[in-house]
Design a protein around this ligand. Structure first.
Ligand SMILES: [Zn+2]
Length: 78
């Protein structure tokens, strides 16, 4: 949990996730940032999905970069 000092400073909350951003649950690289009124949470794809149902309704913002986990040019043959 990181504190958001200024609730109007949403530009920081929407900045891309970095390699140093880690899942609050397991420490893996974070791909999802959940912005709550009291701060923000970082999750890997696995834990983001696990907590989504609980956190989505109260999240101010749901920043999901899990599409970066997939190969950008992988052909879909079926
Ligand atoms: Zn995790």
């Amino acid at each position: 949990m990181r504190k958001v000092g200024d609730v109007t400073n949403t530009a920081l909350a929407t900045s891309p996730l970095q390699a140093v951003d880690r899942c609050d649950s397991c420490g893996a690289q974070a791909y999802i940032r959940v912005v709550l009124s009291e701060g923000d949470l970082l999750f890997c794809g696995h834990h983001g999905r696990r907590h989504e149902a609980k956190l989505r309704p109260i999240a101010l913002e749901w920043h999901d970069e899990t599409d970066r986990l997939h190969a950008p040019s992988a052909p879909v043959t079926d």
